[in-house]
Design a protein around this ligand. Structure first.
Ligand code: ADP
Ligand code: MG
Length: 257
C-alpha cells in the first residue's frame, strides 16, 4: 500500500534527475538556515517553493549554483557535486540561470549590452552571434523594441523580462526564480508570469520561489513548503492547496490566499 506522508519524496516523472540535495545543512554563523534538506528535481519539473519570510527559500536555491556555500551534505547538479571552491563552477552557473526579485541589470548599459556582456566577455561568443541570440530572447519575452534603451527607461515588468532574457542567453538547462514578481506593481506581474508560463510550456526545468499561488496551481507539478530551514511539506498543487497536512502550512495559506 502506498504510504501517505506529506514528506514523501516525489521522484522525477521521467527519471532524469537534474538536481539532488542530500542531507544539506547550512549555517550563517551560529544560525542554522538550512536543516537537513533532501530534495530531488527531475528534468522538466516545475517546482514552486513557498513559505514564510526567513524560512530559507532564497538560501536553498542560491546553494544550487553556489551563490551560497553549504556546509553539510551534498548537492548534485546534472550529476556533478557542487562546492563553492570547485573547478567548473562557471559551467554549473551557465547551466543554472537565475532571476532575482531585484532585476540586477547594469544601469549604464543598454538592454542589448546587458544581454551580450557575459556572452562576449565571459563565454567568448563572437559579438554578432551574441547579438543575434540577444534579439532572439528579447523576442521571446516580447520586448524587441526596447533593445537600445537603458534599464531606467523601462518599467519594472519590462526590466524583469530583460533579466529573464539575459539569463536565457547563457543557454541554461535549469532556471531558478527568486520572487521574480515581488517588487512589481500589480499590473506588471502578469506580463512576467506569462513569460514564465511560456518557458514552462517549452519544457524548461524551473524552480520558482513565489507567493503567486495562481501561477503555482497552473504551472507547478510540485509545491514545496518551507519553514525554519526545513522542507515541511511537498505535494502536487491541488493537494497542497486543497488539503495541507501541517498546521504551519495551513496558517501560511490562510495568510497568502
Ligand atoms: P527567505 O528567502 O525564505 O525569506 P532567506 O533564505 O533569505 O529566507 O533567509 C533565511 C534566514 O537566513 C533569515 O533569517 C535571514 O535573515 C538569514 N540570512 C540570510 N542571508 C544571510 C546572510 N548573508 N548572513 C546572515 N544571515 C542571513
Ligand atoms: Mg527570499
Amino acid at each position: 500500500m502506498k504510504k501517505e506522508n506529506h514528506l514523501m519524496e516525489t521522484s522525477p516523472a521521467n527519471g532524469t534527475e537534474v538536481i539532488r540535495f542530500d542531507g544539506v545543512s547550512k549555517w550563517f554563523g551560529q544560525f542554522q538556515v538550512l536543516a537537513d534538506i533532501n530534495l530531488t528535481v527531475g528534468q522538466g519539473e516545475k517546482i514552486v517553493i513557498c513559505g514564510p519570510s526567513g524560512s530559507g527559500k532564497s538560501t536553498m536555491i542560491r546553494c544550487i549554483n553556489q551563490l551560497e556555500p553549504h556546509q553539510e551534505g551534498t548537492i548534485h547538479v546534472n550529476g556533478r557535486a557542487v562546492h563553492h571552491d570547485m573547478k567548473g563552477l562557471d559551467a554549473v552557473r551557465r547551466e543554472v540561470g537565475m532571476v532575482f526579485q531585484q532585476f540586477n541589470l547594469y544601469p549604464h548599459l543598454t538592454v542589448l549590452e546587458n544581454l551580450t556582456l557575459a556572452q562576449v566577455w565571459v563565454h567568448k561568443t563572437p559579438r554578432k552571434i551574441a547579438e543575434e541570440k540577444a534579439h532572439h530572447f528579447l523576442e521571446r519575452v516580447h520586448i524587441t523594441e526596447q533593445a537600445k534603451k537603458f534599464p531606467g527607461q523601462l518599467s519594472g515588468g519590462q526590466q524583469q523580462r530583460v533579466a529573464i532574457a539575459r539569463a536565457l542567453c547563457a543557454g541554461p538547462k535549469i532556471m531558478l526564480f527568486d520572487e521574480p514578481t515581488s517588487s512589481l506593481d500589480p499590473e506588471m506581474i502578469k506580463e512576467v508570469l506569462d513569460v514564465m508560463v511560456d518557458l514552462a510550456e517549452d519544457g524548461m526545468t524551473m524552480i520558482c520561489v513565489t507567493h503567486e499561488m495562481a501561477f503555482a496551481r497552473r504551472v507547478a507539478n510540485r509545491v514545496i513548503f518551507m519553514d525554519a530551514g526545513r522542507i515541511v511539506e511537498q505535494a502536487p498543487p491541488e493537494q497542497f492547496f486543497g488539503n495541507p497536512q501541517t498546521d504551519r502550512a495551513k496558517l501560511f495559506l490562510s495568510q497568502v490566499l
